[in-house]
Ligand binder design. Structure first.
Ligand code: ADP
Ligand code: MG
Length: 711
C-alpha cells in the first residue's frame, strides 16, 4: 500500500505519468492530501476523473474588470479595488450587526454591506485587494454614491493575477472548508498537470458529423476558457466545450441503452397466440365500461409485441386514473390463455394488496387462480407457484427473491417503475425463459425524458382519462382562511364523503412534523366530534398502518390524517376532498400524485392547498401550476422547468448513469443527435471492437451494469 502511495506521488511530480489515471484517488493529487480529500468527497469528488469533470456552474468575465467609476447602478457587476476602511455597526432598533466595507481604485469608491456577518471584518485588512460582484445600487444620500449589498467577494493576493483575474474565471460550487477561490486554484493546477491523461475515445466520423471539439480541449476550456470565448455561451452552458461534454453524456447513456435493447432483441422470446374471443374477450365484455381509445391503442401495441417471438420490453405510462390496471390484466390473460403464468410486482405491500383485491374481484368469474405474495405471505404459496396451480401472482419485491420459482412465467409486469431499477427488472426477467416485460408508471414523463431514461424500452402512452371523470378543483388557501376550509370539509362530510388531510414529512424535522400531524388529528376530532378521525404515519407498525388504511377504504373512518405520503395507487372513490397542509413544502410531482387519490369516483372533488407564506418563487410557481392544470404531463413539464431535470427523479435509482451537465430540455437537439449516433453505432459495431477506448469508457460510465460487451 505504501509503495503504491509513493508511486502516485512520484507520478505527479516526475515523468512517470502512466501510474496516474482517472481512477487515481483524489488524495494523491498535488495540492489535495487527506484532509482536503475529505472535503472534496462531500462534493462527490473521489478520483482524479471526478475532479476533472467537476465543472463550474458559472463564469465571470474578469478580463476587463470594471473600474469603480464605470459601474452602472441597477446592474450586476464585478469590480476590484483595495480596502480603504471597514467597520461593524449595530442598528439601534433591531440590534442587527452590519459589516461595512469601503474599497477604492483610481476612479472612485464603493461601499458594501453585509448583514449579520460581523465575522467578515477579519478578512479585510486595509489595502487588501479584493474582487466584488453584486448588484450595484446608487445611493443619492451618501457621499460615496455607489453601493453593493451582500456582494460575492474574493480576496486577491498579488501572485493570484493569472488564475483569478485578467481572464474569464470559473466559479465552482464550494462547500464549507473549501472556498471558490481555493477550488479554482486547485482546478487550475489539476488541469495544467493532468489534462494530458484525457484521451479521445469518440469515433472520428461521429466527431466530424456532429462538429465535436476534442475532449481534452473541451475539458480545459470548460474550466479555464480561452481569452476570446463567448462568456454568454459559457454561462448558458452551450459553448462548443459544453456542447462536446453534453454530447458525450447523452451519447454514453444512449449507447448503453442501445446495447441493452439490442441484447434483449437478440433473445428468443415467447410467441403468444391471441384471439379476440378467448379469455380476454370475456373479460372485456364483463367490464362495466368501454375502454377509452387510448387504452385500446395501447392494448393493440402490447398484443402485437406479445405475438412476436421476441421478448417484449414495453413501458406504459399514463396519468393517475387513466386505467392502466385493465390494460395490465388484459395482457396477463393472454399469457394465462397460452398456458403461462403472469406476475405483477408493486412497490409496496399496500399497493400489492390493493391490486390483488381488485384483480381477484375482476377475474374471479373467469375461474383463474390469483394469489398474493409478499414478505409476510405464509403457507405453501411458493409450491403452488412452482407447481403452476397459481396462474396470476401479485406481489412485492418478494417476487424476485431467490426462493421464488415459477413453473412457466410468460409475462412480468412492474407497476410504478420509478421505484425499481434496471437491476430488479433483469432479476425478474431471469425468473422465466425470456418472459415478456411490461412496465407501468403513473409518473407522467415528458417524451424527451422518457426517451432518455427508458431508451431501451418501447413506449406506450395512455393519454386519455375515462369519460365522465370530473376534474378535481384545486385551490390555494392561506392560514387566515381556515374557516372557508372547514366550510368545505363540513359540506363534504355532510354528503357522506371522506376526507384526506396530508401533513408534510421532512426528514430533518421528522419529530416536529409528526407532532403537528398528531395535534392536527386531535384538533380535527374536536372540531368534528360526530365523525371518526384517524392518523397514519411512517412510525406506525406496518400492520397497524394497513389496518387504518383498510378501515378508511371501507368507510369506517371519515377523516384520514396522514404524515407519510399516502401511497400511490390507493383507490377510495368515496374520498372527495384532500387538504394538504404546508403545501408549499411539497414538490410538484408529489402534489400531483397526492391529488390523484381523489376524483376517482363520480363526485365533484376538491384539493385544498394550505400554504404558509412567505414562500419562494419556486413554491409560488408550483402552487400556481397545481391550480391551473390537472394534466399530469403538463405538470411534469412544469416540474422539469422549475426544478431542472437533475433531480426530476433519481436517475441513480433507476440504474443508469447520471447526467451532470446535460439538460434534457436545453439540450434536446444534442440528445437527439447523440441518440441517433449511439443507436447506429450499436448496429454497425455490435462489439465495439474497433473502439476499445470507447468500450472502456462506456463500461466505466455504467459501472459494469451493462456487462454488455464481454471480450
Ligand atoms: P391507474 O392508471 O391510475 O392505475 P386504474 O387502473 O386504477 O388507474 O383505474 C382507475 C379507475 O378507473 C378504476 O376504478 C377503473 O376500474 C376505472 N376505469 C378504468 N378504465 C376505465 C374506462 N375506460 N372507463 C371508465 N372507468 C375506467
Ligand atoms: Mg395503478
Amino acid at each position: 500500500m505504501n509503495s503504491k502511495n509513493g508511486n502516485y506521488v512520484q507520478g505527479s511530480t516526475s515523468d512517470s505519468k502512466p501510474q496516474i489515471s482517472e481512477d487515481t484517488p483524489v488524495q494523491y493529487i498535488k495540492g489535495v492530501g487527506p484532509a482536503r480529500s475529505k472535503l472534496l468527497d462531500k462534493l462527490g469528488i473521489k478520483t482524479l476523473g471526478n475532479l476533472l469533470s467537476f465543472f463550474p456552474w458559472r463564469y465571470e468575465d474578469r478580463k476587463n474588470l470594471k473600474t469603480i467609476g464605470g459601474l452602472m447602478p441597477g446592474s450586476q457587476e464585478t469590480t476590484a479595488g483595495r480596502v480603504v476602511s471597514s467597520s461593524v455597526m449595530t442598528t439601534p432598533r433591531k440590534r442587527m450587526k452590519i459589516f461595512e466595507l469601503v474599497i477604492a481604485d483610481d476612479t472612485g469608491q464603493l461601499k458594501c454591506r453585509w448583514f449579520n456577518q460581523a465575522y467578515l471584518k477579519k478578512y479585510f485588512p486595509k489595502d487588501q485587494k479584493v474582487i466584488l460582484s453584486g448588484m450595484v445600487k446608487g445611493n443619492p444620500y451618501s457621499g460615496f454614491g455607489l453601493e453593493m449589498d451582500n456582494p460575492d467577494f474574493e480576496l486577491i493576493g498579488n501572485e493570484d493575477t493569472l488564475v483569478h483575474t485578467a481572464r474569464i474565471v470559473p466559479v465552482y460550487n464550494a462547500t464549507e472548508g473549501i472556498s471558490v477561490k481555493q477550488l479554482r486554484t486547485l482546478m487550475f493546477h489539476t488541469i495544467a498537470t493532468y489534462a494530458s491523461i484525457i484521451t479521445e475515445y469518440m469515433p472520428e466520423d461521429i466527431m466530424k458529423r456532429n462538429n465535436l471539439r476534442p475532449l481534452r480541449w473541451a475539458v480545459r476550456e470548460a474550466h479555464f476558457p480561452e481569452e476570446y470565448s463567448d462568456i454568454t455561451a459559457l454561462n448558458s452552458m452551450v459553448s462548443p466545450a459544453h456542447r462536446r461534454l453534453v454530447f458525450d453524456e447523452f451519447f454514453l447513456l444512449e449507447l448503453g441503452l442501445a446495447f441493452l435493447k439490442k441484447r434483449e432483441a437478440l433473445k428468443k422470446g415467447i410467441s403468444f397466440a391471441y384471439s379476440r374471443n378467448g379469455l380476454t374477450g370475456n373479460f372485456l365484455h364483463a367490464l362495466p365500461f368501454h375502454l377509452t381509445s387510448a387504452q385500446q391503442r395501447v392494448i393493440k401495441e402490447i398484443v402485437s409485441d406479445m405475438e412476436r417471438p421476441l421478448p417484449m420490453n414495453r413501458l406504459v405510462h399514463g396519468d393517475v386514473g387513466c386505467g392502466k390496471t385493465v390494460v395490465a390484466l388484459h395482457s396477463m390473460l393472454i399469457a394465462v390463455e397460452n398456458g403461462y403464468q403472469a406476475c405483477l410486482m408493486a412497490p409496496t405491500e399496500l399497493l400489492a394488496e390493493q391490486h390483488f383485491i381488485n384483480i381477484h374481484r375482476m377475474l374471479d368469474t373467469l375461474g383463474i387462480n390469483v394469489s398474493l405474495l409478499t414478505s409476510s405471505s405464509r403457507g405453501n404459496i411458493l409450491e403452488e407457484i412452482s407447481e403452476g396451480s397459481i396462474q396470476i401472482i401479485i406481489g412485492t419485491h418478494a417476487l424476485i427473491q431467490e426462493q421464488v420459482r415459477f413453473r412457466k412465467l410468460g409475462l412480468a409486469i412492474i407497476d410504478e417503475q420509478h421505484r425499481f431499477g434496471v437491476v430488479q427488472r433483469a432479476t425478474l426477467r431471469s425468473k422465466g425463459d425470456n418472459p415478456d416485460i411490461l412496465i407501468m408508471t403513473a409518473t407522467p414523463i415528458p417524451r424527451t425524458l422518457a426517451l432518455t431514461l427508458y431508451g431501451d424500452l418501447d413506449i406506450s402512452v395512455i393519454d386519455e382519462l375515462p369519460a365522465g371523470r370530473k376534474p378535481v378543483i384545486t385551490k390555494v388557501f392561506f392560514p387566515s382562511q381556515k374557516d372557508r376550509i372547514h366550510e368545505r370539509i363540513n359540506d363534504e362530510l355532510s354528503k357522506g364523503r371522506q376526507i384526506y388531510i396530508v401533513y408534510p414529512l421532512i426528514e430533518e424535522s421528522e419529530k416536529l412534523d409528526l407532532k403537528s400531524a398528531i395535534e392536527g388529528a386531535e384538533a380535527m376530532q374536536k372540531k368534528y366530534p360526530y365523525n371518526s378521525v384517524s392518523l397514519v404515519h411512517g412510525k406506525m407498525r406496518h400492520d397497524e398502518r394497513e389496518n387504518v388504511m383498510a378501515r378508511f377504504k371501507t368507510g369506517d373512518i371519515d377523516i384520514l390524517v396522514a404524515t407519510t405520503v399516502i401511497e400511490v395507487g390507493i383507490d377510495v372513490p368515496n374520498a372527495s376532498l384532500m387538504l394538504i397542509v404546508h403545501a408549499e413544502r411539497f414538490g410538484l410531482a408529489q402534489l400531483h400524485q397526492l391529488r390523484g387519490r381523489i376524483g376517482r369516483g363520480t363526485y365533484d372533488s376538491f384539493c385544498l392547498l394550505m400554504a404558509y407564506p412567505p414562500f419562494s418563487e419556486d413554491g409560488k410557481s408550483r402552487l400556481k401550476a397545481m391550480e391551473s392544470t390537472a394534466d399530469g404531463f403538463k405538470i411534469a413539464e412544469e416540474d422539469l422547468a422549475i426544478r431542472g431535470p437533475g433531480d426530476f427523479f433519481g436517475t441513480r435509482q433507476s440504474g443508469i448513469p447520471d447526467l451532470r451537465i446535460a439538460n434534457v430540455i436545453r439540450d434536446i437537439k444534442v440528445l437527439e443527435r447523440a441518440r441517433n449516433e449511439a443507436f447506429t453505432l450499436a448496429e454497425t459495431e455490435p462489439e465495439l471492437k474497433k473502439y476499445p477506448a470507447l468500450k472502456e469508457t462506456l463500461d466505466k460510465k455504467w459501472m459494469g451494469r451493462l456487462e454488455l460487451i464481454k471480450s
